[in-house]
Design a protein around this ligand. Structure first.
Ligand SMILES: Nc1ncnc2c1ncn2[C@@H]1O[C@H](COP(=O)(O)OP(=O)(O)O)[C@@H](O)[C@H]1O
Ligand SMILES: [Mg+2]
Length: 283
């Protein structure tokens, strides 16, 4: 079990004098996984979230163990009510577990205060939602800049434009959100999630309000961002969408039913729309 100040490497070094340095390294890169040597982004241990409804207790998440390496792209899938969104809320530091531990980049965030959790969310996590959650009648660039306003940053426009460019939407920067198509809105929402340059992107049913072709373009965009090093976790009840990621975690009744690599991961066959500013057709 990784405990801050007791990293695997600090235990093997001569003394505890290195522990502080290891903590600094762990905070920026996450601890090394002893098995693969890669960097561990997430580890949850016996993670549970119960909700009390009158006299009954709903075991929305019921004791889950899972590790995710930095740079993974995975889908959490399962039928409605299986606990996917609850898992996402916990991974996103939006809620605290009833039981268990959550380590994010080597920090035991399940012990954090509300203020510390808010800081982790702003610093390390981008959120994408099924319904985009953009502010209507407000330009794309202002929507993307919103997290920077909240963080009281002085430079706002330039990072917002850079994020829009990453998702192939720079040419729509001054369009209002209600003037954009569904796929374009989701791209703007992804740019907003990226504007603080988080290492982890969490998306709950990101293609749920899109037709399948537009949904494929969004998954293709996630692949491009993943190639740039962003760790991506999507929640989907759609097996076709899950099949396009690199690892599938299937949930049922608040537990993990199956967790397998997607060797045959079929990257959607659509024109890339980002990176160089040469945009394919975006719907
Ligand atoms: N805030 C809440 N209060 C009470 N019950 C909840 C709450 N959130 C989720 N649940 C219950 O927990 C279970 C899992 O829900 P959820 O995580 O939303 O599943 P999914 O996203 O897979 O559809 C469901 O039975 C749901 O009704
Ligand atoms: Mg859900």
């Amino acid at each position: 079990m990784f405990v801050p100040g007791e990293t695997a490497s600090s235990q093997t070094r001569a003394g505890r004098g290195f522990a502080l340095l290891d903590n600094v390294i762990a905070e920026t890169t996450g601890p090394a996984d002893p098995k693969t040597g890669g960097s561990l982004a997430i580890r949850v241990t016996d993670l549970a979230r119960y909700y009390t409804m009158g006299d009954s207790v709903v075991h929305a998440l019921d004791g889950v163990d899972m590790s995710i390496m930095a740079g993974e792209f995975l889908a959490i899938t399962g039928p409605s009510g299986s606990g996917k969104s609850t898992m996402m809320h916990l991974l996103g530091c939006l809620e605290r577990p009833t039981r268990g531990w959550y380590e994010l980049n080597g920090e035991r965030v399940s012990d954090f205060t509300d203020r510390q959790l808010a800081d982790v969310r702003n610093r390390s996590i981008g959120f994408v939602f099924q319904t985009f959650n953009l502010i209507n009648r407000t330009s794309a660039v202002d929507n993307v800049a919103l997290p920077l306003f909240y963080a009281r940053r002085t430079r706002v426009k330039e990072p917002a434009m850079r994020a829009l460019d990453r998702v192939g939407m720079a040419h729509r920067a001054h369009h209002r959100s209600n003037e954009l198509s569904g796929g374009e809105r989701q791209r703007v929402a992804i740019a907003r999630a990226l504007v603080n340059e988080p290492a982890l992107l969490l998306a709950d049913e990101p293609t749920g309000n899109l037709d399948s072709r537009t949904g494929d373009q969004i998954i293709q965009l996630f692949h491009e961002l993943n190639d740039q090093g962003v760790t991506i976790i999507i929640v989907t009840h759609d097996p076709d969408v899950a099949a396009q990621t690199r690892r599938v975690v299937a949930m049922r009744d608040g537990k993990i039913l199956e967790d397998r690599p997607n060797e045959a991961s079929a990257r959607p066959d659509v024109t890339p729309v980002t990176a160089t500013g040469t945009h394919g057709e975006v719907s």
